[in-house]
Design a protein around this ligand. Structure first.
Ligand SMILES: Cc1cc2nc3c(=O)[nH]c(=O)nc-3n(C[C@H](O)[C@H](O)[C@H](O)COP(=O)(O)O)c2cc1C
Length: 225
């Protein structure tokens, strides 16, 4: 993979700031040997990121979603195809330190030139997404412009089984984001949505936990491009 060096550098920077232990696996095909070989619109999946960290970190899943999506967006900018994969791989293939949990993996690879335009068009369309009005809970009709922009960016965020559950609350002038816990990957979806919101809002950052509060401080420093 020609971008390996760059991706490894981003991972090192993210592991440093987040306390996660994301691992680059150049050929993880063994974990997928019994299942379909293609994800979404790209094929011959071999490279993947193991999204893991300390089992003792109570916000591990939110962090995995947040920082994993940062990597997904950066790899997308490089022209790579990516997919979050929560199920259907054999995690016994990977050896893990005893005190760590593997939450899920992100597979990535080159997109065939013949379908590249199709992929870009379908991404831009942001199909089958809920309207943002149903995902904002507010005690006032006067919602700040940056909140609307943040939620427009959340609208295009991926989520497990396309559930799109994270909700933005704007009450007493305080902004928080929550997700109802019902399915295995809800907290991953929350972390992903938080990252998208920050990008759309162009300022501030969330506390990385369920119900985490928004602070109007400069964005936390993530990997430099
Ligand atoms: C936490 C998480 C886990 C996912 N797991 C899988 C998976 O196991 N297999 C798969 O094909 N897609 C998986 N996806 C991709 C979602 O199905 C996809 O993002 C969602 O349906 C929206 O599709 P779109 O982004 O192409 O519009 C996962 C996405 C997330 C965020």
């Amino acid at each position: 993979m020609e971008n390996e060096k760059e991706i490894r550098k981003w991972i090192a920077e993210i592991n440093e700031v987040s306390g996660l232990d994301i691992e680059y696996v150049a050929d993880g095909r063994e974990a997928f040997s019994n299942i379909r070989k293609s994800y979404g619109m790209f094929s011959n999946v071999r490279s993947m990121l193991l999204m893991k960290g300390s089992s003792a970190d109570e916000n591990l899943k939110v962090k995995v979603g947040y920082y994993g999506e940062e990597l997904v967006l950066k790899m997308t900018e490089l022209g790579l195809g990516t997919c979050w994969v929560g199920g259907a791989y054999d995690n016994r293939v990977f050896s893990l330190p005893e005190d760590e949990t593997l939450v899920l993996v992100i597979v990535f690879g080159n997109i065939e030139a013949s379908i590249k335009d199709k992929v870009i068009r379908s991404l831009a369309r942001s199909k089958s997404r809920k309207d943002i009005s149903g995902r904002i809970d507010s005690d006032t009709a006067k919602i700040p412009e940056f909140v609307i922009k943040g939620m427009e960016a959340v609208k295009s965020a991926p989520s497990a089984k396309n559930r799109q559950n994270p909700t933005l609350h704007f009450r007493n002038g305080t902004i928080t984001m929550t997700v109802d816990l019902g399915a295995r990957f809800d907290l991953i979806d929350l972390g992903i949505a938080m990252r998208h919101f920050e990008i759309g809002a162009e300022k501030g950052s969330f506390e990385l936990k369920n119900g985490g509060e928004w602070r109007n401080n400069p964005c936390r420093v993530i990997a430099e491009i």
